[in-house]
Design a protein around this ligand. Structure first.
Ligand code: XIL
Length: 364
């Protein structure tokens, strides 16, 4: 039975929450209880980042997405590098194929991402003035959001705007948008997107806020300061995306992350987990040990969020270890392949998938 059918099918009946994690993850959601049908009606949707080309030519990959996901987001396709080969061109092939797949299979698609420092085509470095930057950013958002208006209900409008090591004087990451427009590129992007599709969920997405480190504390503070400033000025904004690229060798700052989510909720903002995976390059060589630690880390992360506020969705950044971005930056010294995602290279569920299902199947 496909997961989506499972969730829908269980709506009218209670469901014994699995106690599978008792032996795996201490402190997992209450096991052995029975989720009421009404609770299941608020089950957290689960999804994954997708490489749309593989949907077409890899049966096992497509089956895994259909089996487990209610939502999809393009790992690529809606980034400037994919959409905008030249200043005058928009190439929509990838997102058009992904939205068609989502529509055909009763899935929701997230848009990622409109304003980012990364994956920018070379020509954007030629954007020379504030006026030119405003014109290009507005034109891009109007064209792209307009094309999928009413079909992509949630967008990462702003991605990774906070500096990796923010300071009070310099909280924002460098980008062509920050260089040419200063911090107002954030407001400009949000207001432009809202004007095109007033019904769309506007999300600010960022990472590295979950550990008990000076960097994470500084990033949490800088992000909250930006959110408060935007809300104080009635800038349209609906949610914060917590990416969740978890460092498997670092503990989760339960108190710090929970307080962050409380502060976000106090601003009347929703929370999404947008890019969950566990970076295991510094974890033990044993795949069993790595999988257990990864699952426990993800459980601590999700617990810290869900104890305060139920995320509107939980998405992983890929579905199978066969296709993950992690080795681009985090290869293992022993040369073993990374195991960051819910399914292994042969699409077999790992302990991480069990943790995710405990949170997405039954209200956490
Ligand atoms: C990554 C993709 O997974 C890679 O395939 C691509 O080469 C670079 O971007 N945070 C983000 C994502 O918001 O867009 C990034 O995705 C991973 C980090």
């Amino acid at each position: 039975m496909r997961r989506r059918e499972f969730v829908v099918g269980a709506l009218g009946a209670g469901l014994a929450a699995s106690n599978v994690l008792d032996s795996v993850i201490p402190g997992a959601p209450a096991a052995g209880g029975t989720a009421s049908a009404s609770q299941l009606r608020t089950a957290i949707p689960f999804g994954a980042a997708v490489r749309v080309d593989y949907l077409a030519d890899q049966f096992d990959y497509k089956t895994a997405i259909l089996e487990h996901c209610q939502m999809v987001v393009g790992e690529g396709g809606l980034k400037w590098i994919d959409l905008r080969p030249t200043r005058d061109d928009f190439v929509f092939d990838q997102p058009d194929r992904l939205i068609a797949f989502a529509d055909a299979n009763g899935m929701k698609m997230r848009g990622h991402t409109l304003a980012w420092y990364g994956a920018m085509p070379d020509w954007t470095q030629q954007i020379a003035s504030e006026a030119e930057a405003e014109g290009e950013l507005v034109r891009h958002i109007e064209t792209v959001v307009g094309r999928y208006k009413g079909r992509i209900p949630s967008w990462d409008v702003i991605n990774e705007a906070i500096a990796d090591h923010p300071t009070a004087d310099s909280p924002y990451r460098d980008s062509i948008w920050q260089q040419r427009l200063g911090k107002r590129f954030v407001e400009l992007s949000l207001r432009t997107a809202a004007a095109v599709d007033p019904d769309m969920q506007l999300v600010i997405n960022d990472y590295a806020i979950e550990n008990p480190t000076d960097q994470c504390r500084a990033k949490r503070e800088a992000l909250l300061n930006m959110l408060r400033d935007l809300k104080d000025r009635d800038v349209p904004l609906h949610a914060v995306g917590i990416q969740g690229h978890l460092l498997g060798d670092q503990e989760i700052d339960k108190e710090g992350l929970s307080h962050f989510v409380e502060a976000v909720a106090a601003l009347d903002l929703e929370v999404l987990v947008t890019e969950l995976d566990v970076i295991d390059n510094k974890l033990p060589a044993s795949t069993y040990d790595r999988d257990q630690i990864a699952a426990a880390t993800a459980n601590d992360f999700l617990r810290a969020i869900c104890d305060v506020k139920r995320p509107g969705a939980i998405l992983t950044w890929g579905i199978t270890d066969r296709y993950t971005w992690v080795p681009m930056w985090f290869t293992r010294d022993d040369g073993k392949p990374n195991r960051p995602l819910p399914l292994d290279v042969n699409y077999r569920p790992k302990a991480l998938m069990q943790v995710i299902e405990e949170y997405t199947r039954v209200p956490a």
